[in-house]
Ligand binder design. Structure first.
Ligand code: UN1
Length: 534
């Protein structure tokens, strides 16, 4: 590896070398630029990856289309068995793969493991789905006719995923797309290319063992490589996870060529605290919701809308909780020690905010310098708009990308900064007067991904889930905005893009629907009583 340290030895177990190819289309290659993967917790270089070129994306599309022709003819339950094997293989590599997710993204060990678990879960789900997904038999208005509905694969499905869930989001898409008979071509985020490579190696092992053509392929690359995937009419569905701004362009591009699209874009998720909420639960939910994954889930709690009766208590007790996680005395200690020792060692002694692989850490670094810049800009804007920093607010000086978990109060509910998604551990606490007001504030932002109310009031709970309630795709009661299970459909409304992935009937988006009218009467008859003959 680029740094000679035993801490990186586990990478060998998942096929990561010092130099890696970023393209898999049956064999490994890469002729684009070389990028270096960085550990955001130390700033250290991990390994190099040679990206794919536009031409390699073009070839991967061709290969994927060809593989589809064979794969789509394999019976669905047999396809499901291959997905089951992929899940088994993931189980085998869960520990080192999850550790790589942690190392490269910056998320803590348990969250890295949880992410790979999500991949395993969706494989289990898809294996079962392969035996039960089906169409309907519909009554015809004509005698001795029957209407059938069948779900057929689309062809090649393109997946573009983000750095914050570099393994699981591909898993949701690949497991369901493959089960329903499609082939998949993946471009992961460039900064998490090692996870893409290691994940694809697990899949490739299963495909080779089953002597299958490359029904799952990978082409890492920059914006131009992504553009090729998005604009190519041979890619029947593009599943994109990322920002609202990029997602809007992807949506328009794909629509221009009448392709299908699944968009999983930004969230601005609110946690609502009703006046009779179970307070202990609220604090725990806010802690995981706001600073879990260092505030870098699309489902992260970005706003807490709290009833005025509980406002002061909530701010006070949440600040106290944050203090347990991040104590500035330790920061001073670490900065002094920093002069004497390596940053990695120092961050190891920092409790709770620290290196993502340190077992004491609850909050790791943010992913990159770009996140730091967004964090700083949001804090500066919030303060300018009259916001008060109840906790945090500063970047932690080190070779890694660390920010203080931050609570901001006193901003108007409709401040531009509150309405924007900043991918960092910042939460805005807003004081509301009534359930009607909280629901209105919940819904007034552009994004519509996740939301949660804490209440014991059954009438308010039903208001929340009713037609005038939360307008998000995820509408929780007494649990967190983040950390959805794979069983439900995942996604959101409005600028979040409207797509649904993972469980429930999200599989339908990876299919085309055939409506089949079957006449077994021996006579031709028109519907609607139309008479048309000579
Ligand atoms: C994402 O942040 O892009 O619900 C996905 C959650 C996870 C998935 C997040 N199961 O937080």
């Amino acid at each position: 590896y680029l740094i000679d340290t035993p801490e990186y030895d586990f990478l060998k177990d998942i096929g990561i070398e010092r130099e890696n190819f970023g393209v898999y289309n049956g064999s490994w290659q890469g002729s684009g630029e070389v990028i270096t993967s960085i550990d955001p917790g130390t700033g250290r270089k991990i390994a190099n990856i040679r990206m794919g070129s536009v031409q390699e994306m073009d070839e991967a599309i061709q290969i994927g289309v060809k593989a589809y022709e064979q794969w789509s003819q394999v019976p669905a339950p047999v396809r499901g068995d291959v997905i089951r094997q992929i899940g088994e293989e993931m189980r085998k590599y869960k520990e080192p793969l999850g550790k790589l997710v942690s190392l490269e993204v910056g998320k803590i060990h348990s969250e890295g493991q949880g992410e790979v678990q999500e991949f395993i879960d969706i494989c289990d789900y898809a294996a079962g789905l392969s035996r039960i997904y089906s169409g309907q038999v519909i009554n015809s208005e004509r005698p001795e006719h029957i209407i059938l509905e069948a779900w057929r694969p689309l062809g090649l499905v393109g997946v573009i995923s983000a750095y914050n869930f570099p393994n699981a989001v591909f898993g949701w898409n690949a497991a369901i797309a493959l089960t329903t008979g499609n082939s998949v071509l993946w471009k992961g985020a460039p900064t998490t290319s090692l996870v893409s490579v290691a994940t694809m190696k697990v899949l490739a092992e299963v495909l080779n063992r089953n002597k299958l053509p490359p029904i799952a392929t990978l082409c890492q690359g920059g914006a131009n490589v992504g553009q090729q995937l998005v604009s190519d009419a041979r890619v029947k569905l593009v599943s994109f996870t990322g920002s609202c701004a990029t997602g809007r362009n992807v949506g328009v591009e794909v629509q221009k060529r009448f392709g299908k699209v699944i968009l999983e874009l930004g969230g601005n998720n609110a946690l609502i605290v009703d006046q009779d909420a179970n307070f202990q639960m609220v604090l725990e939910a806010a802690l995981f919701g706001c600073i879990g994954t260092s505030g870098q889930r699309c489902t992260t709690t970005r706003r807490i809308i709290v009833h005025e009766k509980l406002y002061d208590r909530l701010v006070k007790e949440l600040v106290a909780k944050y203090k347990q996680v991040y104590n500035s005395l330790f920061l001073i200690f670490s900065l002094v020690m920093n002069q004497l020792n390596s940053v990695y060692f120092i961050l190891q002694v920092l409790p709770k905010v620290g290196h993502q692989l340190d077992p004491n850490t609850l909050v790791g670094p943010v992913h990159s310098q770009q996140n730091i810049e967004h964090y700083k800009a949001a804090i500066a804007e919030a303060v300018k708009l009259g916001g008060k920093i109840a906790f945090g607010g500063k970047v932690i000086q080190s070779d890694g990308f660390y920010t203080e978990p931050t609570i901001i109060t006193d901003l108007p509910h409709d401040s531009p900064v509150v309405h924007r998604e900043t991918f960092a551990p910042i939460v805005y606490v807003l004081k509301a007067k009534s359930i009607e007001q909280t629901i209105a504030w919940n819904n007034e932002v552009d994004q519509g991904l996740s939301s949660a109310i804490f209440t014991e009031n059954i009438s308010n709970a039903f208001k929340w889930i009713g037609p005038q309630g939360s307008d998000c795709g995820i509408v929780n009661i007494n649990t967190t905005t983040n950390g959805a299970e794979i069983g439900g459909a995942f996604g959101g409304e409005k600028h979040t893009g409207g797509g649904r992935e993972s469980g429930s009937d999200a599989w339908k988006q990876y299919c085309k629907r055939s409506t089949i009218t079957l006449n077994h009467s021996g006579k031709l008859a028109c519907a609607q009583g139309v008479v048309f003959n000579v």
